[in-house]
Write a protein that binds this ligand. Structure first.
Ligand code: NAD
Length: 440
């Protein structure tokens, strides 16, 4: 099948590469000429396990191509995916500018019947807006071309995006006619062999399903973080509590880790966007506001713990930071807790020595000119002469470090662990002062 994917970010590139992997002819379109130039040579600009090999295989096999030519893109595909960003506007609403720009492009260049598939995370009613925009532009051209608009939100996780796309938990298809649903079933058949993962519903329900999933997950995290705050004050250990509640199958162990707050490009913006939508419908949704408020407070916790140990004024002091990405296995630093921490430390006059296994280039892009940041090529180098080590991301390689070496490098044996990756008894036996989340 001929597929066009507009937008080659985390979602678009993974979608394009995976659809090419199973034999489709895929053309990916992006307005970012530098990104397209890199992708044309097989150079994948993001860190995502298995993605570079898949992209290179697709290119070599002639099934995957990249272009900045939107007209070429629109005329190529029978399926046109919209996978552009929907960043938060100042008021928290999802900014649909890019999505509707692509809808306009489709209207301008469409030559034959197609299925337009919206993969971006968008508020309820967007499928309708996309349809209206395409129809209006077609009408201006006096072109009578039929097309369907399908809502197909994406649930991949950064860091496991390829695996998630190839073996999805579910494929949500929001459609208003049976023929379009059948076409989607055929397109997704290669990813739907083991058992039927397609859940077909109306477009508004599909659009809300995406927000509902992210808000549910964000709520789990904020609730655990609120409980961690209580545990810390009451002399309980949230990690023991976590194991205790996870044993109940109605609760389960998944996604109930306390920590220094959620980040990334999805949870923060999607919670805010749903809050905004609730206001548009004049519906009071206090839980959503609370989830966000708890998370904002949580992101400030690491700074507080450092200040409690080292004092308010950190002028001339150096702090080591391990982990810059918002979670392991990605280089994405959007809304990462590490950023809130480092910016707070800089305001207090501290120097930061940071290490991340893959996000160093991204850190350089964001904070290149920051004199108080030293990016270190090795985690131990980051500890050299530092008053404390703060862990912001639970990378596997931080789990069993050489504590003796760390202690000899740090000026003070102090660890602030934002992800609770160590056993407090072990770390303290190694001679460290250890402050974690929700642990006595
Ligand atoms: P991203 O910012 O990484 O990539 C978006 C891409 O779209 C960029 O390369 C940009 O240049 C391109 N673009 C913007 N306007 C364009 C236009 N008019 N024509 C062509 N290309 C254009 O975004 P992302 O993380 O891939 O997210 C895309 C959407 O998917 C968002 O709505 C997001 O909420 C949703 N989503 C993201 C994830 C995730 O983990 N990142 C997961 C599920 C859903």
């Amino acid at each position: 099948m001929k597929v066009t994917v507009v937008g080659t970010g985390y979602v678009g590139l993974v979608t394009g590469a995976c659809l090419a992997q199973v034999g489709n002819q895929v053309l990916c379109v992006d307005v970012d000429a530098d990104k397209v130039a890199r992708l044309q040579t097989g150079d994948v600009p993001i860190h995502e396990p298995d993605l570079p090999a898949m992209v290179q295989e697709g290119i070599a096999g002639g099934r995957l191509r990249f272009t900045t030519e939107v007209a070429e893109g629109i005329t190529h595909g029978d399926f046109l995916f919209i996978a552009v960003g929907t960043p938060p506007d100042e008021d928290g609403s999802a900014d649909l500018r890019h999505v509707l720009a692509v809808a306009g492009d489709i209207g301008r260049h469409l030559q034959r019947p197609v299925t337009v598939i919206n993969k971006s995370t968008v508020p309820v009613g967007t499928a309708q807006k996309v349809r209206a925009r395409i129809a209006a532009v077609l009408q201006d051209r006096a072109a009578d071309i039929v097309f369907d608009v399908v809502s197909n939100p994406e649930f991949l996780k950064e860091g496991a995006a390829v695996a998630d796309f190839m073996k999805p938990d579910r494929i949500i298809i929001g459609v208003d006619n049976v023929a379009a649903a059948e076409r989607m079933r055929v397109l997704y058949a290669p990813f739907n062999r083991n058992h039927d993962r397609l859940i077909i519903m109306d477009p508004p329900s599909a659009e809300l399903t995406k927000y509902a999933a992210n808000v549910m997950l964000a709520t789990k995290i904020s609730l655990m973080n609120e409980l961690a705050g209580l545990a810390e004050r009451m002399g309980a250990d949230i990690e023991q509590v976590r194991r205790g509640i996870g044993a109940d199958p109605r609760i389960g162990y998944a996604f109930i880790y306390p920590g220094c707050g959620y980040g990334g490009s999805c949870f923060p913006k999607d919670v805010r966007a749903l809050e905004y939508s609730a206001r548009q419908y004049d519906f009071d949704a206090p839980l959503l506001a609370a989830v966000e408020k708890v998370n904002d407070r949580q992101k400030g916790l690491l700074e507080q713990k450092v200040v409690r140990a080292l004092g308010e004024d950190l002028t001339g002091k150096t702090i080591a930071v391990w982990g810059l990405a918002f979670k392991p296995n990605t280089d994405d630093m959007r809304e990462a807790p590490s950023r809130v921490l480092m910016e707070a430390l800089w305001r207090r006059g501290a120097q930061v020595q940071a290490y991340d296994p893959v996000a160093m280039e991204e850190a350089r892009r964001i904070y290149g000119g920051e004199p108080a940041l030293r990016l270190c090529s090795d985690p131990y180098m980051a500890c050299e002469g530092a008053e404390a080590l703060v862990i912001c991301t639970e990378w596997q390689q931080f789990r069993s470090p050489d504590f003796v070496r760390m202690r000899s490098l740090l000026r003070q044996p102090l660890i602030v662990d934002g992800r609770n990756i160590y056993d407090p008894a072990v770390v303290r036996a190694e001679g460290f002062a250890y402050h974690a989340i929700g642990r006595p």
